[in-house]
Write a protein that binds this ligand. Sequence first.
Ligand SMILES: Cc1cc2nc3c(=O)[nH]c(=O)nc-3n(C[C@H](O)[C@H](O)[C@H](O)COP(=O)(O)OP(=O)(O)OC[C@H]3O[C@@H](n4cnc5c(N)ncnc54)[C@H](O)[C@@H]3O)c2cc1C
Length: 386
Amino acid sequence: MAFLPFYIPKQKRLKVVIAGGGYAGMAALTVLSRYAPDADITLVDPHAQHLKITHLHESFRYPLSDLQVSFTDLAKRFDFRYIQAKLPMEKDALQQCQSDKYLVVNEEVVHFDYLLITPGCGNRDYESVEGVLSLQDFMTTSGSDLLSNSLTKQDADSEQTVTVVGGGATGIQFLFEIKQFLHRRRIKSKLRLIHSRERLLEQFPTGFHTYVESRLRDLDIEFYPNTYYQNQQDNKIFLQNKQTKEKFELPSDLSLLFLGKKQENLFEANCFGQVVIDCKPLANIFVAGDCSHYNSIGSNSLSAQSAVRKGKLVARNILRHSSILHLLEPYLHQELGYVVSLGHADAVGWLASQGNVISGMPALAIKELVESQFDLLLMGIDTYVV
Ligand SMILES: Cc1cc2nc3c(=O)[nH]c(=O)nc-3n(C[C@H](O)[C@H](O)[C@H](O)COP(=O)(O)OP(=O)(O)OC[C@H]3O[C@@H](n4cnc5c(N)ncnc54)[C@H](O)[C@@H]3O)c2cc1C
């Protein structure tokens, strides 16, 4: 058993329930299994597989199954129990949970000493409309199948128009993969990007926008900034100019919506990751990942990087809290960088400081390095230094 400072295990076998097997949940699980291999851990998740969502745009190149890891296999690797279920995430019920120390999952009473909540952000709900796809569709079917099926319904000889809506990190990563996919498949097509703001990738340094905009021009991708998407009907997309309010339509055989996630159920936490309700921390209920906001100087960004760091921290804090000393560690992690891929051979990102913008193969290599760290973690090899 590996040694964790300030953790002196008690005699009792620790019971931990983790709700959500995404980046934060899996990171926490690997830490628990490393420092407390005899702990009784239950993971509850509505899906059968962990999805490596940061790679999702690559499903135009690889089968979706390459990005999924079955929870049953992970349960064997890390010795935990997996229950396929969706837990209600009501804040009011948590105070009751703190005093009861049990949950009812699929009509079974599951007792715990500690509960960790990591359900991520909710996805936006879209009505299913012919000719429109959203992120949710790509989570169940690979990009290559979705695009091939949607576009083969059209006349093969005529030029197809594909519209990507949303110039955030997800929309941009999908856009460049789609461009390369259409080229590989020799599909006669026109590609355009619609974005509601002036600048692409707004949360990042301006260099990101400048670089991506020049790549759009090189690849002949039409760009409409300051434009709101309204709807898609009969091979047309309906839009509105944000500044002039003028409404207009453009031909579009397929529209792909990447309008961002909604943080619908956000849990406040103290700097140790314990859920805070009515200004009081719940000692045995922790939270991590996109659904959490820690009251600390550490980064609360919606990124896999923060989710993993929070997940690992709360797992250590659960063990320390269960121990004799009760010495917990505050969350201090700052983002180390962020890279947005632009197809299989290009990327733009920042590293160490926001002023240090990098692009091309070096940026892509960093993205791959960071993502392979998480892949290794899922295999039981922890290479995270910070
Ligand atoms: C397409 C895309 C690309 C991205 N690329 C990057 C990137 O390159 N770099 C980066 O740093 N970040 C990236 N992000 C953001 C990153 O993926 C998230 O910040 C990260 O996944 C958050 O981790 P999490 O554990 O909080 O949630 P998630 O990873 O979303 O996991 C949540 C888990 O909880 C489960 N769950 C949901 N509801 C319940 C419930 N009620 N009960 C039980 N379980 C539940 C879900 O099934 C899921 O398994 C990307 C996001 C997307 C969508």
